[in-house]
Design a protein around this ligand. Structure first.
Ligand SMILES: [Zn+2]
Length: 165
C-alpha cells in the first residue's frame, strides 16, 4: 500500500479515492490478511478517511495463556486537518512539532501514509482484556491442589464403613 499524495485527490471524481485492501499490514501479526475498503475524501481544509473491514489475529489469553483467534472488525472514520503552515519549509525552526501533532494534521501538499493510518486503527481495535472465551478456565496450580481442604463428608463415610467391618 503506497502513501497517498493529497493533491491527487482533487482530480478525482467527488474528490474521493476508494481503495480495496486484501493485504497483510506490516507490523501487525494477523492470521489472515486485512480485507476491507479504505476511502479518502478531500474536503478542502480536511481529509475524511474511512475504513471498513476485518482481519483475524492470534492472541494469548490473559487467564489461561492459551492461544486463540480473535476477529477484529473495524468501521471507523477520522478527520485529518490540512494546514498550509505544516509544509516542511513552513515549520519555523523554533517550533517543536511532535509526531503526534503531525498525524492529526497534514500539509495540503503532503502525503497521507495509508499503511500507518490503518495500522493505528487496527491497533486501537485490539481488545484490552484478552480472554479466549466463556469456557476459559484458569489452570489449577500445584499449590492449589496441595491445599485443597479434606471433604468432611467423605471422612464421616469412612468412619461409617469401618463400623460395619
Ligand atoms: Zn483462556
Amino acid at each position: 500500500m503506497q502513501s497517498l499524495y493529497i493533491p491527487h485527490l482533487l482530480q478525482r471524481a467527488e474528490k474521493t479515492q476508494t481503495i480495496l485492501i486484501d493485504d497483510f499490514i506490516p507490523g501487525l501479526d494477523t492470521l489472515t490478511p486485512f480485507r476491507g475498503t479504505l476511502s479518502i475524501r478531500h474536503g478542502g481544509t480536511f481529509l475524511d478517511v474511512k475504513v471498513k473491514g476485518e482481519t483475524i489475529v492470534t492472541l494469548i489469553c490473559d487467564r489461561c495463556v492459551q492461544q486463540y483467534n480473535h476477529r477484529i472488525i473495524i468501521n471507523t472514520s477520522e478527520i485529518i486537518w490540512l494546514d498550509k503552515n505544516l509544509s516542511l519549509s513552513g515549520i519555523p525552526q523554533e517550533r517543536e512539532v511532535s509526531l503526534e501533532d503531525l498525524s492529526e494534521t497534514l500539509s495540503p501538499d503532503g502525503h497521507l501514509d495509508l499503511e500507518t493510518w490503518l495500522y493505528e486503527q487496527l491497533s486501537l481495535a485490539m481488545p484490552l482484556r484478552r480472554l479466549c472465551g466463556k469456557e476459559c478456565r484458569q489452570p489449577v496450580s500445584n499449590y492449589d491442589q496441595n491445599t485443597l481442604p479434606i471433604d468432611n463428608r467423605w471422612a464421616s463415610l469412612e468412619s461409617l464403613k469401618s463400623n460395619f467391618s
